[in-house]
Design a protein around this ligand. Structure first.
Ligand SMILES: NC(=O)c1ccc[n+]([C@@H]2O[C@H](COP(=O)([O-])OP(=O)(O)OC[C@H]3O[C@@H](n4cnc5c(N)ncnc54)[C@H](OP(=O)(O)O)[C@@H]3O)[C@@H](O)[C@H]2O)c1
Length: 242
């Protein structure tokens, strides 16, 4: 799973096509969408327009909680919209009322080859354990709101101990991009503070999925993933945790 992905929430179907194409041209090899975003078809068109092989791009989509009981049908609709045979990752977007029953259906879809991996989003460590205890299958990924300000070493360690990939979302929305520590680190690398936020995720091994509708930001955010922060810089950014 590439540590850098392209977020597509709040992009219309048309915008998602252009932005996904721009992101793939800029070097992203991972795109994050969801049934709830209503832009899977646009993401799929962007993917095809890129000319890349399907296997070279990691595609994630998500099951909304109001589709409980209609899991398989919902995934089939996602695959049709994206025009792919399988997604690389299918996530339960938010905890449904019967999370174990939904998880069993999600795991079945993976076993049937419709999703290469399956995971969850917005779950606590205790919620992850409940699924493991009930089914013996631990989610491969937990996608959660995450950034330097939300950094919690115990939560990160809890995911690592369980072998669950921590995928962060809303990296910029939850960050003060004018914070003096970010400004200082950015200046040392002739970079932007947004690029430092992306670089901090990569330095920790957190997956990061910044969204932008603007071509120049799409390119610049990707360059952040190639920025190597020193250990001292990573620790300084850790210190932004509230
Ligand atoms: N699982 C979940 O429940 C969940 C929830 C939220 C998000 N997500 C996923 O995570 C992705 C990222 O989160 P997000 O979209 O909420 O927020 P985000 O990526 O933190 O921030 C997006 C916002 O930051 C702006 N931006 C982008 N690049 C910038 C830069 N270099 N400098 C300053 N501002 C910049 C964007 O504006 P422009 O577009 O104008 O550049 C947009 O307003 C989503 O797109 C979605 O795929 C998942």
């Amino acid at each position: 799973m590439p540590l850098l992905g392209f977020g597509t929430w709040q992009l219309s179907d048309e915008e998602a096509e252009t932005a996904t194409r721009a992101a793939l041209d800029a070097g992203y090899r991972h795109v994050d969408t969801a049934t709830m975003y209503r832009n899977e078809a646009g993401v799929g068109r962007g993917l095809r327009a890129s000319g890349l092989d399907r296997d070279d791009v990691f595609v994630t989509t998500k099951l909304p909680p109001d589709r409980e009981g209609r899991e398989r049908e919902t995934l089939e609709q996602s695959l049709a919209a994206l025009d792919v045979d399988a997604v690389d990752l299918w996530l339960v977007h938010w905890m449904p009322s019967d999370s174990v029953a939904v998880w069993r259906e999600v795991v079945r879809a993976r076993e049937d080859g419709l999703a290469r991996e399956v995971g969850v989003s917005n779950y606590t460590l205790a919620d992850l354990d409940e699924l493991t205890d009930a089914t013996g299958v631990t989610p491969a990924v937990n996608q959660i709101r995450w950034s330097p300000a939300l950094y919690d070493a115990d939560v990160a360690a809890g995911h690592a101990e369980r072998g669950v990939v921590l995928e962060g979302y809303s990296p910029f929305k939850t960050t003060d991009l004018g914070h003096p520590v970010l400004e200082r680190v950015a200046a040392a690398h002739d970079a932007t503070t947004a690029q430092v936020v992306v670089a901090w995720h990569v330095a920790h091994g957190f997956v990061v999925i910044p969204k932008s509708a603007q071509p120049e930001r799409i390119v610049a955010n990707a360059a952040g993933a190639r920025l190597a922060l020193t250990d001292d810089e990573v620790r300084a950014v850790d210190g932004l945790a509230i």
